[in-house]
Design a protein around this ligand. Structure first.
Ligand SMILES: CC(C)(COP(=O)(O)OP(=O)(O)OC[C@H]1O[C@@H](n2cnc3c(N)ncnc32)[C@H](O)[C@@H]1OP(=O)(O)O)[C@@H](O)C(=O)NCCC(=O)NCCS
Length: 155
């Protein structure tokens, strides 16, 4: 079993997500996502105007989590956030999300939106912890009984 010391987490760095990080982050996404994108969807996402993403790396440069989003005018959107399983529930997701929010604040973004499966309680807990509020529910958005919750953080 992979072990993760607390020191590893103290020394996290956040780097702008580049195409060269994909081989490291796609396995994280496959490990933790309900519906992984796989490599074909990542590249167009990174090429989009307004793309903003960060990868959290340990002291050896290994990726342990990432976030991807967009900005358009004064609005931002979170498209994906993921933390590798051995590092979950240790504050890494909070740190990645706070880093993203801070960078968007610096860009004078006023609101950040996201959409999350209504029963993804770990993600909803993370978003609420950072200050996101529930704004709407898109019923059956992902299929019967699978609703999308729209959340917003005003900066
Ligand atoms: C959502 C995710 C990124 C959270 O990352 P994390 O590093 O575990 O989050 P943190 O340790 O910073 O936890 C922050 C808060 O999230 C909530 N949370 C995280 N994991 C949880 C779990 N397993 N059960 C319940 N709440 C959880 C809690 O409110 C937690 O705060 P607390 O520890 O003070 O109670 C991670 O679980 C993940 O990668 N999930 C799969 C991908 C995903 O669903 N992404 C979101 C949709 S795109």
């Amino acid at each position: 079993m992979q072990t993760t010391s607390q020191d590893t987490l103290k020394k996290l760095t956040f780097e702008e997500l580049a195409i060269s990080d994909l081989p490291a982050i796609i396995p994280i996404e496959s490990q933790v996502s309900y519906h992984p994108w796989g490599s074909t969807l990542f590249i167009p996402e990174l090429m989009q105007k307004g793309f903003m993403g960060f990868v959290a790396k340990d002291e050896k440069g290994g990726a342990i989590g990432f976030i991807m989003g967009m900005t358009v005018a004064d609005e931002g959107e979170i498209r994906k956030i993921a933390v590798a399983t051995p590092y979950q529930r240790r504050g890494v997701g909070t740190r990645i999300l706070n880093h993203f929010v801070l960078r968007l604040k610096r860009k004078k973004i006023k609101h950040i939106y996201l959409e999350v499966r209504h029963n993804n309680f770990s993600a909803i807990g993370l978003y609420k912890k950072v200050g996101f509020l529930e704004k709407a529910l898109r019923k059956n958005y992902y299929g019967t009984g699978e609703h999308a919750l729209i959340m917003r953080l005003s900066l």
